[in-house]
Ligand binder design. Structure first.
Ligand SMILES: [Ca+2]
Length: 346
C-alpha cells in the first residue's frame, strides 16, 4: 500500500509541475525577441538631406510651411508642428505636397507625445507614405483602406483584454488599399511588425528612424527613446515592396482621451542606392506588398491572452489539485493504519 500512496502522490506532484510548465510557456511564448544583426545597426544616413521632404525649424510663416499642407486641427508654432492639441475629439494632419521620387530613403522624426492626464490618454499618431494625401479620417486622423506604408505610434490599447505586448506600441502596416485598419483591435490583425516603445509622457526627447530601401525591399524602424543618439531596433523586414511617387504625411486623432501630438522635426535623407543609375520613375507602378503580411487575418476571435482573471483561476485550480492530493494521501495513510491495526488483532 505504501508504494501505491507514493505513486499517487508522485503522480499528483508531476501533474502539478506539468501544469505550471504549460502555463508558463503559454504566457511567455510571445516575448521571444530577435536581436537582429548587430553590424546592421549603423543606421545613420549615408546620403543627404532633401529639404523639400523635410520639416525643420524655423517654421517660417506661422500658419504655413513650404512643401507641406496643414489639415484639420493641426497648427504650427515656432518650435513644433502640433498634430492635435491635448483636447477631446481633435483631428489634424500635415502632408508633404511633393511625390517622393527617391527609391532608398530614411526619415528621422523628432517628436513629443504628452498631456495633462497621466493615467488616461490617447490615441497616438501615424506616419504615412501613401498614394494620396489623405483627407481627415478615422485611422489616427487619416482615411481607412490606405494605399502604401503606415507606421502607427499607438498610445492607447483599444482591444478588450490584454495584448501580448505593452503600449505605447509602434507598428507598421503595408496596404494596397484593400485592408481595413481595425481600431478596436489596435490593428493587430493587419500589422506587419512592431515593438513596444515608451515614448509617451517621458522627459527625454524621443526620435524614430524609418528607413526604406526600395532597392533591397527592406523596411527598418529604429528608435531612440533616451535621446542618447543611439538607435534601438524596433523591427527590420525584408520583402517589402513600395513604389516611388507616394506622399509623406503625419496625422493624429483624439477621442474621449487626448494628448498633444507634436513633431519637432522631420528630416528626410536620400540614401545611396544599390542601383544608383536607376531612374526612380520606373518604380512608380509597384503595388505595395510585404512578404509574411497576410492580406487580412481572421477577426472572429482575439488571440488567446492570459488575463489576471485567467491567472487567478489557474492558481485556484492548482491549489485545489494540491488539496486533493493531500486528501488522497491522508485517505491512503488512514486505510493503511486501519489495516495495520486489524493485523494486530488477528
Ligand atoms: Ca489604439
Amino acid at each position: 500500500m505504501a508504494a501505491g500512496v507514493t505513486c499517487s502522490f508522485s503522480s499528483a506532484v508531476f501533474f502539478l509541475l506539468l501544469l505550471n510548465c504549460i502555463l508558463f510557456v503559454s504566457t511567455n511564448v510571445d516575448e521571444v525577441i530577435d536581436d537582429g544583426d548587430e553590424n546592421d545597426r549603423a543606421l545613420g544616413p549615408s546620403g543627404y538631406m532633401k529639404r523639400e521632404y523635410s520639416a525643420i525649424k524655423p517654421f517660417v510663416g506661422g500658419t504655413s510651411m513650404q512643401f507641406w499642407e496643414m489639415k484639420g486641427d493641426s497648427l504650427l508654432t515656432d518650435d513644433y508642428i502640433r498634430l492635435t492639441p491635448d483636447q477631446q475629439s481633435k483631428s489634424g494632419a500635415v502632408w508633404n505636397t511633393l511625390p517622393v521620387m527617391v527609391r532608398d530613403w530614411e526619415v528621422h522624426v523628432h517628436f513629443k507625445v504628452q498631456g495633462q492626464n497621466t493615467r488616461f490618454f490617447g490615441d497616438g499618431f501615424a506616419f504615412w507614405y501613401t498614394k494620396d494625401r489623405s483627407e481627415l479620417g478615422p485611422v489616427f486622423g487619416a482615411k481607412d483602406y490606405h494605399d502604401g506604408l503606415s507606421i502607427f505610434f499607438d498610445t492607447y490599447a483599444n482591444q478588450n483584454g490584454e495584448h501580448s505586448h505593452e503600449h505605447p506600441y509602434i507598428s507598421a502596416q503595408i496596404n494596397n488599399g484593400t485592408t481595413h485598419y481595425d481600431h478596436d483591435k489596435d490593428g493587430t490583425h493587419s500589422a506587419l511588425a512592431g515593438c513596444t516603445a515608451h515614448f509617451r509622457g517621458v522627459d527625454a526627447e524621443t526620435h524614430v528612424a524609418i528607413r526604406y530601401l526600395g532597392s533591397r525591399k527592406r523596411l527598418t524602424v529604429q528608435h531612440d527613446m533616451d535621446d542618447e543618439n543611439k538607435w534601438a531596433e524596433c523591427f527590420d523586414r525584408y520583402g517589402v515592396e513600395l513604389p516611388t511617387g507616394y506622399f509623406l504625411g503625419f496625422s493624429s486623432q483624439t477621442g474621449d482621451l487626448s494628448d498633444n501630438h507634436d513633431l519637432i522635426s522631420v528630416k528626410f535623407y536620400e540614401l545611396a542606392s544599390n542601383d544608383a543609375e536607376d531612374d526612380p520613375a520606373q518604380y512608380l507602378n509597384i503595388q505595395p506588398k510585404a512578404d509574411g503580411a497576410e492580406p487580412e487575418r481572421d477577426h472572429s476571435e482575439d488571440d488567446k491572452v492570459y488575463t489576471r482573471k485567467d491567472r487567478a483561476l489557474n492558481w485556484f485550480l492548482g491549489i485545489v489539485l494540491v488539496l486533493i492530493a493531500i486528501a488522497l494521501l491522508g485517505f491512503f495513510y488512514y486505510q493503511k493504519m486501519q489495516r495495520d491495526n486489524m493485523k494486530r488483532f488477528y
